[in-house]
Design a protein around this ligand. Structure first.
Ligand code: G6P
Length: 365
């Protein structure tokens, strides 16, 4: 099928806008009559003792979010690594290990090599891919399509949220198989996941707000992103998006690591973006935010209305998100991360869809 910009200035903005609809497709594919249905019914998490997840770039940050999910809801030990490290560090793959590879293209050389390393060692090779006929999909026991449709923008957007959606469903399935969620809890969790496209539409309505904020971000030389738990992963994804397309130096830190170094960078010239949905760690993140403000740092707080109230005054700016259940918050909070990067890049006048030095798919080492 031919792909055009559908009235958008860039593929990236079209792909950001498409997320509620492609996510709906993925949800329809995996959730039928309120139950999880995988293409291969043979995946049984009672036989799996350990999950190893490997990927590159944005797909790696999807793994980082999923690690929190699998550990918290399914009590399954998870190891994650970037493929270029994993493939050479000779990790022991013990019996009972499932290896899971996440890749939009399904052709990333390091990820494919990591998969081949696991062949014959892991009990099961699972992949989460956008291109069903790709090498990674073909070489896995259980390829799970994310159904995002063709992604053209080099900076991955809709593939990321579709990867997260499939991984969230897989974590719920693992929790169910391993006896950590009963039928009612599974149904409730699936309802949360199914609510994401609707909530995302509200988050997408923040386009104009993020555009205004981005005009100020465009002047920065360095930007810090902070978050805890799965929001730490989102902080990484936000920093990566911004670096890729606006060429502003951005770094992510776990909020709690702030005082172990990055706080030394904080002054009135460094915007600090704090990703803080009202989850179990909200208060801790806010107290880290206040440490930044006490040192003259300019904080851009991303939270909901109640969160902004609880955080109190003194922030530089706020992006008010819709309320969202903490379990699925990482999927919804991808939207402001993407929009901030997009509008900052547009305001700097960079080539959003074809950023310098980057390739959509890295098929050589
Ligand atoms: C490149 C792309 C990124 C992508 C990464 C992994 O760096 O520019 O957008 O996240 O490769 O690609 P994959 O196709 O394996 O997800």
């Amino acid at each position: 099928a031919s792909v055009d910009k559908g009235g958008h200035k860039h593929f990236m903005s079209k792909e950001i806008a498409e997320q509620p609809s492609v996510l709906t497709n993925a949800l329809g594919y995996y959730i039928k009559n309120g139950k999880i249905e995988l293409p291969d019914p043979g995946l049984d998490f009672t036989k799996i003792e350990r999950l190893t997840m490997v990927a590159c770039g944005t797909a790696y940050y999807a793994c980082l979010v999923a690690k929190y999910w699998f550990e918290q809801v399914a009590r399954l030990p998870v190891e994650i690594d970037v493929a270029s490290e994993f493939r050479y560090r000779e990790p022991p793959i013990t019996k009972g290990t499932a290896a899971l590879f996440v890749s939009q293209s399904g052709e990333t050389a390091d990820t494919l090599a990591a998969l081949r390393y696991c062949e014959g060692k892991a009990d099961k090779i699972i992949s989460v891919v956008n291109v069903p006929e790709s090498s990674i999909a073909r070489e896995s026991d259980l390829p799970l399509p994310i159904l995002a449709g063709t992604e053209i923008g080099v900076a991955s957007t809709k593939a990321f949220t579709c990867q997260l959606t499939v991984l969230a469903i897989l974590a719920i399935k693992a929790a169910q198989d391993r006896g950590h969620m009963d039928a009612k809890q599974v149904a409730e969790a699936l309802e949360q996941v199914k609510s994401v496209p609707g909530i995302m539409n509200h988050a997408l309505a923040l386009g104009e707000r993020t555009k205004a904020v981005s005009r100020n971000l465009a002047e920065a030389r360095d930007i810090l992103f902070l978050g805890r738990g799965p929001m730490y992963a989102l902080a990484h994804e936000g920093a990566l998006k911004l670096k890729e397309i606006s060429y502003i130096h951005a770094e992510a830190y776990a909020s709690g690591e702030l005082k172990h170094g990055p706080i030394a960078l904080v002054d009135e010239h460094v915007p600090v973006i704090v990703m803080a949905p009202r989850d179990a760690l909200f208060d801790k993140t806010i107290s880290n935010m206040q440490e930044v403000m006490a040192r003259g740092g300019k904080v851009l707080l991303i939270t909901d209305e109640q969160g902004a109230k609880e955080a109190g005054p003194g922030v530089w700016d706020t992006i008010l998100m819709p309320e969202v259940d903490p379990f699925v918050a990482p999927i919804v909070y991808a939207i402001p991360a993407q929009l901030l990067a997009y509008h900052t890049a547009v305001s700097k006048g960079t080539d959003v869809d074809q950023p310098r030095n980057l390739a959509k798919s890295v098929t050589v080492e």
